[in-house]
Design a protein around this ligand. Sequence first.
Ligand code: NAD
Length: 484
Amino acid sequence: MVSRVIPVDSFDLVVFGGTGDLARRKIFPALYRRYVACQMPEDSCVIGAARTDYDTAEYRKVIGDAIREFGGSAAKEDKKLKEFLARVHYVKIDAKGSDGWSDLAGMVRKDLVNAFYFSVAPGLFAPLAERLHEHNIASQTSRIVVEKPFGRDLDSAKDLNGILARHFDEQQIYRIDHYLGKETVQNLMAVRFGNILFEPLWNSQYVDHIQITVAETVGVGGRGGYYDKSGAMRDMIQNHLMQLLCLIAMEPPSRFDPNGVRDEKVKVIKALEPVVPHHIVRGQYEATKTQPSYRDDAGDPKSRTESFVALKCNISNWRWAGTPFYLRTGKKLKARASEIAVVFKDAPHAIFGQEAGRHRNILVIRLQPNEGMTLGVTIKEPGPGGMRLIDVPLDMTFAEALGPEVADAADAYERLIMDVIRGDQTLFMRGDEVEAAWKWTDPVVQGITDRHDVPKPYRVGSTGPDDANLLMKRDGREWREIRE
Ligand code: NAD
């Protein structure tokens, strides 16, 4: 099966922070792959802008190396890479000073789509926005892309929104959460709203509970100092897991358009009840014989920041009252696996008797690895010997169903950057949405601080602290196994 490429208009994309980690690992490889997929019109350009003293030839070498390292199979085509690099330019710029701005002004073509990717620390958003206007580089049709973290609490998020709003309208601002660019996440909407099968069952009458797990095997490593100031609650729950929860729980928008979808997501966040203290479990990974503990990585032997969090939350609305949502995320866990599991209730009457066992339908949406969906259905175990029931998965792994090229092409950054060029904000967070998410997160974080809560230690390679399992057991439920 061949994927259909929807053309975009010619564009100039400026990547501020163009020598940084994100630009090299994600942004440029994504752009290159879109170029190979013939989605980057001939006269489009990408301009890297950063503090390093490169000329364009040196920069092209840096970007070429990055694409070879992180660009996947597409990066093996030397001819294509050369063609792509011819469209890459560089300008040395100081976000806080005057260096480079008039050069940039001479490079960005106003008659094309202009986008500015702020792949820099949030402290540089204000000076970048100011200078783009001062030098008459940005116009009313320009787009800016900003990365997480979008604030560290409600006040700082409001400040950032205020800074951007001084120079750009909300329709020009694209706040990236790359989880929303994942193929399966969008498929979740397609499955929910494109089929008649699921929506009638998508409520507390039929859904027992929903689990969202984002498990990582890596620790905080070199980012320890930065991570220690945020922790899993701010770094993962407030954004990625909250976004997934919104898509699972939201009402069908009347149209699949940016504000239709985002209005419904905001309503979900606003309906979230506060998390009570005994519904949250925090953890920190312990040292092994060969690996450092979280506290070692954080460089603070007394750190109380969590590298793991599991919590139960409730949504107060007609659809979900009575169906809990369990969220769990952590580092140095057993496997790298992100999934959403919708666990349906038991059939109302067990006609096959107790000996047939308890069987439940579970819809699993796997985000990584092996993006796809599985619906567990109950059938009769083949062979003689009575009515014994077993659960079998109806499996739709994208790589199997659609072919490896299509599954391979589904990189979140590729899709999101092309959405920016197209001017489609559906998969980006709106300012009020980010603020609503902080408004719910802040009291949870404050409560942890006020209680002087100490995270529970957990073994590297485990599923997190035992208390996380108790959180489920108390409700007569259990987490799904974490496996790749
Ligand atoms: P980085 O430290 O690797 O790169 C920072 C870039 O900013 C460099 O290109 C540097 O030259 C440039 N820069 C710094 N000060 C400057 C100045 N005064 N003028 C002009 N340029 C300046 O950072 P990164 O990891 O690439 O992250 C960039 C942003 O993306 C951050 O906000 C980060 O939180 C966010 N982010 C990064 C990742 C990731 O995987 N790296 C993931 C999600 C979000």
